[in-house]
Write a protein of this length. Structure first.
Length: 571
């Protein structure tokens, strides 16, 4: 039994807020590893509450199990609780924080339990809480295989508001603990069944074999998840036991992962499991993660094995998501540091250490690329671009993916990835920059170039350096050195729009951007062509004759392009 990570009462636990996300993830993984090694239920529960109390830095922690027959939940094990009445507390489901969390709806917390009138209070329970001196309470439900089995709670003897990160930590431990408790309870139940078989010889050899297979499958699946959160490995282990291929599908029926090597012999595109097949929902709390499908109808014993595989698939997906989120957060933070070096100082040693993680170095020549991406597809495209490899840091903005790369072949790799997935490729680029402090300007040039492609509805890769005079004007504007006279020519349009909530400035911008194509302007602004012509007449009256022909056309166009970069006329 592994208990080396338990914390005694007199230790001073470290608060999650003082730890890095990577360290917290490592602690959670260590916790999961420890819990899987414990088969004794009481030792397991004690390890859970001690570890939870230590990680969150709370005065006490306790875990409850639900009693379906009585309709309540009772504290089974605690750490830091001083009064016997509190240690043996039973709470009706829905009452208090414990009863509310144990219903399984969501995590819940209160910073001042006695005065919180949003909670259903029980006078008897309130007296017990008052005697213990508890003020703040927070907890998360224990879910396993779509069922709520109890709650994991932390509490303080002073008012305290637990941070979202602390709530997330308790949720993560609860997810691990639920599986571990379920495994331990099943282990004890199976052990009792085996003893009855030995004493009474009433159970068949087939049932005993199934119990052994469940235990062995659980052990192998948990080992697979702890070594690496690889869904395909979990599916392959399950397929070996069930003697049939397994696949994980999303809500549309598309295959997310399969036990088949390299995805061979799988149907292309969305597809539902065969009528004769078996499907099990893969869930975490109330979130549907996918559907685990077998191509054949399984009997009850085999279906029980498939349900165990589904639980571990969910755990593998959660761990993989946590690792991916930590990686994306790290890239996002490094990306911000790189682009803001002109505004703040970041130690070179820190930058070099963090850049090395993604194959970069401060002395590299770096490109900044902005790739247009539908907002609904940001996460998926980030994953595909990351999987394409290369020395790059990626992050998501509202309407595009931004990457900073040292790979001279980035454009070829980007075009290859877009072609393989059928993406419409529109990208702006700035660089290469020989200095880290030049990346901010490179990013602005990339964003400006991408904005031009979107405005003109053109595909391809546009270098922001090709924008010429506009780039120089924007540089002056950013430094506050742009002469007001250079943009004064469009002041009548700006004033007219501000006074009448009109849109003449945008209309003039699109008109010049599209080389005077009225039909295209109407399409971009969702207007009738006659309406566009009426607006152009009004623009002519405000700016005077010749605003759209040389030489004034160039001045007007540049002024509008500067205005677009400042306020986003083309977005």
């Amino acid at each position: 039994m592994c208990v080396e990570h338990t914390v005694e009462h007199d230790e001073q636990p470290e608060h999650p807020a003082s730890r890095s996300r990577e360290e917290l993830l490592r602690v959670l993984l260590d916790t999961a590893t420890d819990l899987t090694a414990l088969r004794d239920v009481e030792a397991l529960l004690q390890a859970i509450v001690r570890r939870t109390r230590a990680i969150v830095g709370a005065d006490m922690a306790y875990i409850s199990l639900n009693d379906a027959e009585r309709g309540d939940t009772y504290i089974r094990r605690s750490d830091g609780v001083s009064t016997p009445a509190y240690r043996t507390l039973r709470m009706p489901l829905g009452a208090g924080v414990l009863g509310q969390v144990a219903t399984g709806l969501a995590p819940f917390q209160t910073s001042e339990y006695p005065a919180d009138d949003t909670i259903v209070h029980d006078p008897r329970v309130d007296e017990i809480v008052r005697a213990e001196g508890v003020h703040a309470i927070m907890g998360a439900p224990l879910h396993v295989a779509g069922k709520v089995i109890g709650a994991l709670i932390v509490a303080e003897r002073r008012p305290r508001r637990f941070s979202p990160e602390e709530v997330g930590v308790v949720e993560s431990i609860a997810a691990q603990a639920a599986v571990a408790i379920d495994n331990s309870l099943r282990f004890e139940e199976i052990a009792r069944h085996a003893e009855r078989l030995d004493r009474e010889q009433r159970r068949s050899a087939a049932e005993l074999t199934l119990a052994t297979r469940v235990l062995e499958l659980d052990r192998r699946l948990m080992d697979a998840v702890m070594v690496a959160p690889d869904v395909r490995r979990v599916l392959t282990l399950g397929a070996g036991v069930l003697d049939c291929d397994l696949s994980l599908r999303d809500q549309a029926g598309a295959v997310l992962a399969t036990s088949v090597a390299d995805g061979a012999d799988l149907p292309e595109g969305p597809a539902s499991p065969p009528r004769a097949g078996t499907a099990i929902a893969v869930t975490a709390a109330t979130e549907h993660l996918g559907t685990l499908a077998a191509p054949v109808a399984l009997d009850e014993p085999s279906r029980a094995l498939l349900e165990r595989v589904a639980v571990h698939v969910a755990l593998a997906l959660l761990f993989a998501r946590a690792e991916e989120d930590a990686d994306l957060r790290g890239q996002h933070e490094l990306h911000d540091d790189l682009l803001e070096l002109g505004d703040r100082d970041v130690p070179r040693e820190r930058l070099e250490r963090r850049m090395r993680r993604w194959g970069l170095h401060p002395d590299d020549r770096l490109w900044c690329v902005a790739v247009a991406t539908p907002r609904a597809e940001l996460r998926g495209r980030l994953q595909e671009l990351r999987a394409a490899g290369g020395r790059a840091v990626l992050t998501a903005h509202e309407d595009h993916v931004c990457l900073v790369t040292a790979d001279p072949g980035w454009e070829e790799a980007l075009r290859r990835t877009a072609g393989r997935h059928g993406w419409r490729l529109r990208a702006g680029v700035g660089g290469p920059s020989d200095s880290l402090r030049g990346l901010g300007d490179a990013h602005r040039r990339a964003a400006l170039a991408l904005g031009s492609l979107v405005t003109l509805d053109r595909d391809g890769v546009l270098d922001g350096g090709e924008l010429g005079m506009l780039g120089a004007l924007l540089g002056l504007a950013r430094q506050g050195e742009l002469p007001p006279s250079l943009t004064a020519g469009i002041d009548p349009l700006v004033a007219y729009d501000a006074e009448r909530s009109a849109d003449l400035t945008r209309t003039a911008f699109y008109f010049l951007e599209t080389d005077g194509n009225v039909a295209r302007v109407a399409e971009l602004l969702h207007l009738h062509r006659n309406t566009v012509r009426q607006r152009l007449d009004r623009i002519g009256r405000l700016l005077g004759p010749g605003w759209d022909v040389s030489p004034r056309r160039l001045d007007t166009h540049l002024a509008l392009r500067v205005r677009d970069a400042q306020v986003g006329l083309g977005r």
